[in-house]
Design a protein around this ligand. Structure first.
Ligand SMILES: [Ca+2]
Ligand SMILES: [Ca+2]
Length: 568
């Protein structure tokens, strides 16, 4: 059973008020210096804005600890997700392969970062290293552990307020799945020209067999005159989801994982269930989600429809909560472009408004699922040539978006990938270069010569200016103000142009203003009319380092280049 947490509301009101009265400005989690949020020497800094003297006080050993941001984590399906490829994350038993017990040992790392959701790429038994080709929908692959390990991980996640979702790969199974093997054996045994008898071998109807090679996605059944559909690869035969027996089987699969403590599914390749009919796919998602909800009223579903925004909007008619936002993702997506500064902040916020309008029109309860890159893409560090400013800016933009953002493991420490092979996108998590505990081997087939450009996690965790610390600050701000994930976006039109953008998000009677500057130069923005005159700085995410200069005076905000400022 999942542990139901009610609203966690640890507002450190006294500390916050004391801070604002003292003018100590930038609000930091856990007494850490805010990365990139440097003090200014502006003597006229308004309350809530850092000044040099106060910053010195804050780092003085005798001074009281810096106040923390409020924590307002709501137990709903808006989450900060952390995507893990289990084989490369953390190894608990020294065999070099990451496993579920290893992930359990790292839950504190994930919660400390500020995430409260985990997506595991496939964990079910499968011959490949990536496991997108299952041979058993009911068992954890032995390389990753056991079903008991999964239950233990789920229980540990729930103790910490983390929801655990798993990849569900049902467009296809492995060609080594017993269903497929039995079907192929049967077809091979048929006398020439004889039609299959489904009462003898029902598994023939589990896949899409044909005597015709219908198109290039059909592969030979070796030793017979039959073909089967395999949209991705010959080792991944497409399942016939229209077969009622398959549909019933998949309900049992849902029951099984929900009973083990799984909180949701990431639906792999959902637009390929039936390549010829999005209507079919949308209905399938709807029905399957409804079934899962009947088993767990909080069940979450996020689906992969790797397609333009318009198509994703169409799929929201399924009334399933989330689809990955591929428009914002990848090297040519809006996040990385805006992070690099090649797309103005104005165009970025207009895209965010458009998501709200197009996705919201199809499903008013939609939860956007933005991400920078995932296991199928070159890492963001490659796309921005390991420029730390662009990496921070891209992360800051992601974590200012509505919905449930997904962070791909290692992204928070700037890990890179290399070239085309997927193995190179799934390298071992770079925990440490001095402590080998839990370090995994890279997947077989990955290049051996990939050296990371940034320090490992253990070093970055101690460095307030690191990319890790920037992610942590951005997530802390997000966890302080629920309207960042849930609020209705309004653009301050007169102030939004080129590299400057100003939006307000409102939810549940609370509003927050976000000012973006993704240009190189500082700018002054007059926020009168956008927010209350007594609004103060609630969060600062400056990507460009310590020589920043922030001031807020009579609603006139000075914002450095490559900076995001939250005001309330
Ligand atoms: Ca292991
Ligand atoms: Ca299919």
């Amino acid at each position: 059973m999942k542990k139901k947490l009610t609203v966690v509301n640890r507002i450190v009101a006294l500390g916050l008020a004391a801070c604002l009265l003292a003018g100590c400005g930038n609000i930091r989690p856990s007494g850490e210096a805010a990365p990139g949020a440097a003090p200014t020497d502006n003597a006229e800094a308004a309350p809530g804005v850092a000044s040099a003297d106060n910053a010195e006080t804050a780092t003085d050993a005798t001074a009281p600890p810096a106040p923390t941001l409020p924590v307002n984590i709501i137990d709903d399906n808006y989450r900060n997700y952390y995507e893990i490829f289990p084989g490369s994350f953390a190894d608990s038993n020294g065999d070099g392969c990451g496993d579920l017990a290893g992930i359990e040992s790292k839950l504190d790392y994930i919660t400390d970062l500020g995430c409260n959701g985990i997506w595991l790429t496939p964990i079910m038994e499968a011959p490949s290293y990536h496991k997108y080709d299952t041979t058993d929908y009911y068992s954890v692959d032995p390389a990753f552990g056991t079903n008991d390990d999964f239950r233990s991980l789920a229980d540990a996640c729930h103790e910490k307020g983390i929801r655990l979702i798993i990849d569900l790969v049902i467009n296809h199974s492995s060609n080594e799945h017993p269903w497929f093997k039995e079907a192929c054996d049967y077809l091979r045994s048929l006398p020439e020209g004889e039609e299959p008898d489904l009462s003898v071998c029902p598994y023939v109807a589990y896949y899409l067999f044909s005597r015709e090679k219908i198109d290039g996605t059909y592969c030979d059944v070796p030793g017979s005159d039959w073909y089967y559909e395999a949209v991705f690869y010959y080792t991944q035969p497409d399942l016939n989801l229209s077969n009622q027996a398959v549909a019933e089987e998949l309900k049992k699969v849902a029951d099984h994982w929900i009973d083990l403590g799984c909180d949701g599914f990431r639906m792999d390749a959902a637009m390929h269930y039936d390549d010829s009919s999005s209507t079919y796919n949308i209905e399938f998602l709807h029905d399957y989600y409804e079934y899962c909800l009947s088993r767990d009223p909080d069940f979450y579903m996020v689906s992969e429809v790797w397609a333009p925004e318009k198509t994703i909007a169409e799929y929201y008619a399924s009334a399933t909560p989330s689809f990955f936002n591929f428009d914002a993702a990848d090297a040519e997506g809006k996040l990385i472009k805006a992070g690099r500064g090649t797309l103005g902040a104005d165009k970025f916020v207009r895209a965010c408004l458009e998501y709200q309008e197009t996705f919201g029109a199809a499903n008013p309860d939609y939860i956007d699922a933005p991400f920078i890159t995932n296991h199928d893409m070159g890492r963001v560090a490659n796309a921005v040539m390991s420029d730390p400013v662009a990496l921070k800016m891209t992360a800051g933009l992601l974590l200012s978006m509505n919905g449930s953002p997904f962070i791909y493991y290692g992204e928070e420490i700037g890990m890179k990938s290399k070239g085309k092979p997927d193995e190179n996108k799934r390298l071992h998590m770079n925990w440490s270069v001095t402590d080998t505990t839990g370090i995994c081997k890279d997947p077989e087939g990955a290049d051996k010569d990939i050296e990371q450009n940034f320090a490992p996690a253990d070093e970055q965790m101690k460095d307030p200016d690191s990319l890790y610390s920037y992610y942590k600050e951005a997530l802390a701000i997000r966890n302080a103000y629920p309207e960042i994930a849930r609020g209705e976006i309004e653009i301050a039109e007169g102030l939004t142009d080129g590299n400057i953008a100003v939006i307000t998000k409102t939810w549940n009677g609370e509003s927050i203003t976000i000012v973006y500057n993704n240009g190189d130069d500082a700018a002054e923005v007059d926020l009168s009319g956008v927010m209350d005159a007594d609004a103060t700085v609630a969060g600062v995410l400056c990507a460009a380092g310590s020589d920043t200069n922030i001031s807020l005076h009579n609603s006139a905000l000075t914002i450095p280049g490559k900076c995001i400022i939250y005001l309330k």
